[in-house]
Design a protein around this ligand. Structure first.
Ligand code: LLP
Length: 421
């Protein structure tokens, strides 16, 4: 459920007409709903109601805007970060260091040192090599690093191949068959406090089966580790719960179904559970608002050319992702269209042969479900400045990221001395 609804014939975000934001800020612009984020954070927490003191570490990569993070910090969420940039954003937004989990397959020594010096809940290590590097960094600083190994359970997540991570052929985690040896090695290393296990098998999962299989394997590993004398007090179950994008498809499992499955499988684990939801918290809480530049005739269907392009919203060209595209002020009739951006490649296509509300040049449209992995994956391809972002709360709204200034973008380039000043 979200708070982008038709009211008086026009789409509003909470109590604000989207057209008002477009008129003031220009397009394209991302618009986020505070009430939707709050609702999703609470729904997820409630779904884990039977679990004692879970740490919900929001996956910052889904939407790292500081205002988004500050909203979620007030809901008591922690953060799952994968770079020191994300770590700094989380801290700047008011997320306590003690609620930050540091994931990622390529943490550098400098990143490790920064997180150690400023504090965190846990490093999720992805290899023995990484454990060795962290041990050296922690020893040099005279600090102790709380760690878990992310294990790769070799489970096919069933999601898009580019966002499935739990197979042995993926770069992620320590293969589960090698986990006991990895923990044995970590125990010998100075500066590490081995406290947990972690798993994350992919994103936009629409079936609980693979998650259940991965968690079951993780439970068996916890038993084996304890038998081998390791003190395991934390289990991080990652993120990955899918959300509805296309209303024509069956809905993904609900947070409640997920919570019940987790409670059942982890009942006798006796650990603190950590969760890393990203998309589930912010996905439906954002839209990309864009204007139709022109409608150009096409062989099979007209091309609706928008002022938003693949550089603003990468998901369709990267993953063939489906986003609902709706007119902000529906005209009451429909059309079949190819919806494209102005970038000079055919990949800059948002939808082909799409049945959608009729639009004309100058109309506003929204891409729905664009709160996660959207603004954050934007680039300046075709020298298009990064899009503005707006946060709505009730009848208030505020620009939470200025549109990038094209002159500043160009000024960041430097001419070498031999090409002039
Ligand atoms: N934890 C780890 C270690 C992750 O790698 C991810 C996502 C998450 C948690 C959060 O997963 P979520 O709950 O959001 O599914 N750009 C892609 C998605 C990439 C996901 C990367 N990792 C997309 O637009 O679909």
């Amino acid at each position: 459920m979200d708070h982008f609804n038709l009211r008086d014939g026009a789409v509003h975000c909470e109590d604000v007409p989207l057209a008002e934001i477009a008129a003031a800020v220009g397009t394209p612009v991302y618009v986020y709903s505070t009430a939707t984020m709050q609702r999703h954070a609470r729904v997820f927490r409630d779904a884990l109601g039977g679990i004692d003191d879970p740490l919900i570490a929001y996956a910052v990569k889904a939407n790292p805007n500081k205002a988004v993070l500050a909203t979620l910090a007030r809901e008591g969420l922690g953060a799952d970060v994968v770079s020191i940039g994300e770590y700094k954003r989380a801290i700047a937004a008011g997320i306590p260091a003690g609620r930050i989990v540091f994931s990622g397959v390529g943490k550098t020594a400098a990143e490790m040192a920064h997180a150690l010096e400023h504090g965190l809940y846990q490093f999720n290590l992805e290899s023995v090599e990484e454990a060795e590097m962290l041990s050296a960094v922690a020893s040099r600083l005279g600090l102790e690093a709380p760690v878990a190994f992310r294990v790769n359970p070799d489970v096919e997540a069933g999601s898009h191949p580019k966002i499935s991570t739990g197979s042995v052929h993926n770069k992620f985690g320590v293969p589960i068959g090698e986990a006991l040896a990895a923990y044995g090695r970590a125990r010998e290393l100075p500066g590490l406090k081995v406290q947990g296990v972690a798993v994350h098998i992919g994103s936009q999962l629409t079936d609980l089966g693979p998650l259940r299989a991965a968690f079951t394997k993780l439970g068996e590993l916890i038993g084996d580790l304890r038998k081998a004398g390791h003190d395991i007090s934390v289990a991080d179950l990652g993120g990955g719960l899918g959300i509805p994008y296309d209303p024509a498809l069956p809905p993904p499992p609900s947070p409640l179904d997920y919570g019940r499955m987790v409670a059942e499988i982890t009942a006798d684990w006796h650990v603190r559970l950590v969760f890393e939801p990203g998309r589930m918290i912010v996905g439906n809480a954002g839209v990309l608002l864009s204007e139709v530049i022109r409608v150009k005739p096409g062989a099979a269907a007209p091309f609706v050319v928008l002022d938003a392009a693949m550089n603003d919203l990468m998901r369709p060209s990267l993953y063939d992702a489906w986003h609902a595209i709706d007119p902000v002020t529906p005209r009451g009739s429909e059309m079949t269209a190819n919806v494209v951006g102005p970038v000079c490649e055919t990949g800059d296509t948002f939808a082909t042969g799409r049945r959608m509300g009729q639009v004309q040049p100058g109309d506003l449209i929204v891409f729905r479900t664009a709160g996660a992995y959207a603004a954050t994956m934007a680039s300046t391809y075709n020298s298009r400045p990064l899009t503005a972002e707006v946060l709505v709360s009730g009848n208030n709204w505020s620009v939470v990221r200025e549109r990038q200034d094209i002159e500043a973008l160009i000024a960041a380039d430097r001419l070498p001395p031999w090409l002039g000043p």
